[in-house]
Design a protein. Structure first.
Lengths: 158, 121, 93
């Protein structure tokens, strides 16, 4: 009946955010969402498998704090210029996660955090090419990506 | 325009003004960096200031203002926030890959080469 | 009092976002390469979206929000199409 429950619920929520929280909008939105998720089912995308729901708030909190921190850091770099030892540079990091959804989430986290951008991912070597604005210590960045985000993502999308 | 501003509590006005100015100044700082940074790969970092807290701050200000002035919960601005957060990485990644592709095609030494298996195939 | 605070903040925010839009437009015209122009366009539409939201706060109307959403969606699609064009030389393969 409902192949993608998460998609259906978020579509209904979006419909009601735009149209107002009334019973009529709820019925209309549910109809549209159900048909849309059937249409999505005929495309057969991979289903994301979320194992540990209780870790999601932790991830969101970590990312939120990091975005604030790196906003301040990048704003400093842009206004006052870089510290003397810092430079911009490319960085390639070997990754262990293979789940597509987890990779997509990691890409969104790294790109929307100012100061680091995800350039390309190689499926064969399982490495990702990043560009970092203020690269002081390569190992520090590799450790940050691997310990702070990748471990948590691997636990969530096992 | 000033006459159309509905009166809301003073603390609300201060909070709204705070978030508005934070968002707008981060956007401006991002734009200045966008002009000053020397290479393309450094420049792709600058707009992310505007798309993370620039948009977040203005979105929060709008949500708080409309919630206070219409006395009901108005949170549809969060749709813009979610939409921008999800789409910015896609556009930046595609653009960066296009730039890498073009630079590699011109044998630019400042960009890292393709991964090994790409060259073989 | 609160009306004055909001009015001042909205005007200042609009000035700053307007300046950011001007800078993005400068980058769009100066280039130097095609990808720089596209990223300038990307920054330009995101700032236009922000400007519309601040207009919404200034006038107290909700219609600006919908315009902002439409600009965001069209801008995203156009940037993706342009990036795809740079990569392959054609949009639809």
């Amino acid at each position: 009946m409902l192949p993608y429950p998460l998609l259906t619920v978020s579509l209904i929520l979006m419909w009601m955010l735009l149209g107002g929280f009334t019973p009529g909008q709820f019925i209309l939105g549910t109809l549209v969402a159900v048909f849309a998720s059937w249409a999505m089912a005929s495309l057969r995308p991979d289903k994301p498998k979320i194992r540990k729901w209780h870790l999601l708030p932790k991830l969101v909190a970590i990312v939120f704090l990091d975005i604030i921190r790196s906003n301040i850091a990048v704003a400093k770099v842009l206004i006052f210029g870089r510290s003397k030892t810092g430079r911009a540079g490319f960085l390639s990091i070997p990754l262990e996660i293979e789940d597509r959804t987890a990779l997509a989430v990691l890409a969104i986290i790294l790109t929307s955090t100012p100061g680091s951008a995800w350039l390309e991912y190689d499926q064969h070597d399982k490495t990702v090419l990043l560009h970092v604005l203020d690269l002081l210590d390569e190992d520090e960045w590799i450790g940050l990506v691997k310990n702070r985000y990748e471990k948590l993502l691997m636990e969530i999308f096992a | 325009m000033m006459g159309s501003v509905v009166d809301i509590p003073l603390w609300g006005a201060i909070v709204v003004a705070f978030f508005l100015l934070i968002g707008a100044s981060l956007t401006l700082i991002g734009a200045i960096g966008f002009l000053r940074l020397p290479t393309f790969y450094e420049r792709i970092h600058a707009p992310t200031l505007g798309t993370s807290w620039g948009i977040g701050g203005i979105m929060l200000a709008s949500m708080i203002y409309f919630t206070l002035s219409s006395e009901r919960l108005v949170i549809h601005e969060i749709l813009i926030g979610i939409f921008v957060t999800v789409t910015t990485p896609v556009t930046l990644m595609l653009l960066a890959r296009a730039a890498l592709h073009r630079d590699r095609a011109e044998n630019d030494d400042s960009v890292p080469g393709k991964f090994r298996n790409d060259r073989e195939s | 009092m609160s009306a004055i605070i909001i009015f001042t903040a909205v005007s200042l925010a609009q000035l700053m976002i307007g300046a950011a839009m001007a800078i993005a437009a400068v980058r769009m015209f100066r280039g130097p390469r095609a990808q720089d122009r596209i990223i300038g366009l990307d920054a330009l539409y995101i700032n236009a979206m922000l400007l519309l939201v601040t207009f919404g706060i200034g006038t107290g109307r909700v219609v600006y929000f919908e315009a902002a959403l439409v600009i965001g969606m069209l801008g995203f699609v156009s940037t993706v199409a342009l990036a795809k064009f740079l990569m392959r030389g054609e949009v639809i393969e």
